[in-house]
Design a protein around this ligand. Structure first.
Ligand code: AMP
Length: 289
């Protein structure tokens, strides 16, 4: 496995992999790797011959400076995990390499109006901007993102379509701990009691899936039931528990098409997000979470 801090070297290494006839897979991360990140690499390996991962805690996507400074970091451990996972090249830029007097940014309208977009001003602009830059640096054929960050993934699908990036976006399922908690680098900040309480998120998704399986189609009834299960875990704050249409991430009054149930809640000072995709197949709705 090779590692580099420079854009120039990424370009050289990727070019020579391409010259060997390999297609390029890409998994952008902010590090502190867990099994969720590795599952993206596994997916990418099925679809491409040379695996690039970036590790960059992207300051411009943090609307809260404390969240940025507290973001967990452990590069040595990350590199060992990436090597073990079969990554070929890790790109670890510093702020200076990525942002020198940057004046350009990328936004995706409408899709960031609700959910995290409404609660984290500037967050998605930071995400879409850094991912655009990374795509132009790595020039991958395929880039894999997690369903866990559904608004990010759907926004990136739209960005790639709108701006004609010549690559395929793949969205991979959310990896969970045995008790259902979605894996996240931020879980490290949860105290034992908070972590236990946070399991209500997974239970709430399960409750919604049961309702949908038994024919419930009213978004407000599902949101109310989800709110009640979340309340059992006494979250310190609920940012949202909402049903939105998958295509534009606008609020849905009922489940009539591919939709998303998304949740964001604080346990202590840790903000957790999770979601379920509700997909229509032959008039039936299947829940994936
Ligand atoms: P992050 O390092 O948190 O920015 O995440 C990097 C990538 O890993 C993003 O595409 C995330 O959606 C994805 N990811 C984070 N957590 C999970 C998870 N539990 N399962 C699958 N993918 C995940």
């Amino acid at each position: 496995m090779e590692t580099t801090h420079t854009i120039e070297e990424v370009r050289l290494i990727v070019r020579s992999a391409r010259a060997e006839g390999k297609t390029i897979g890409f998994v952008p991360t902010m590090g502190y790797l867990h099994r969720g990140h590795i599952s993206l690499v596994e997916e990418s390996k099925k679809l491409s011959g040379f695996q690039v991962m970036s590790i960059f805690v992207n300051k411009i996507q943090f609307n809260d400076p404390k969240d940025f400074s507290n973001y967990p970091r452990d590069l040595e451990r990350d590199l060992a995990i990436a090597r073990e996972a079969g990554v070929d090249l890790v790109f670890i830029p510093n702020d200076d390499e990525m942002y020198r007097d940057q004046r350009t940014s990328v936004d995706v309208e409408i899709l960031t109006d609700h959910l995290c977009g409404a609660h984290r001003p500037g967050h998605f602009r930071g995400v879409f901007t850094v991912v655009s830059k990374l795509f132009n640096i790595v020039l991958p054929d395929v880039a894999v993102f997690g369903q866990k960050d559904i608004q990010q993934a759907v926004g990136l699908e739209k960005m790639v379509a709108d701006l004609n990036f010549p690559l395929k976006i793949v969205i991979a399922p959310t990896m969970r701990e045995d008790d259902g908690l979605a894996m996240s680098s931020r879980n490290k900040h949860l105290g034992a009691g908070e972590r236990q309480r946070a399991l209500c998120i997974h239970r709430a998704l399960g409750r919604a899936a049961e309702m949908i399986a038994s024919g419930e189609r009213s978004a407000s009834k599902i949101e109310k039931a989800v709110g009640a299960v979340l309340a059992e875990g006494s979250p310190d704050k609920i940012d949202y528990a909402s049903v939105v249409r998958y295509g534009d991430l606008q609020p849905a009054d009922g489940i009539r098409q591919k939709s998303v149930l998304a949740v964001a809640a604080f346990f202590g000072s840790t903000r957790l997000i999770d979601n379920m995709i509700i997909d229509e197949r032959d008039g039936e709705f299947a829940c994936m979470y």
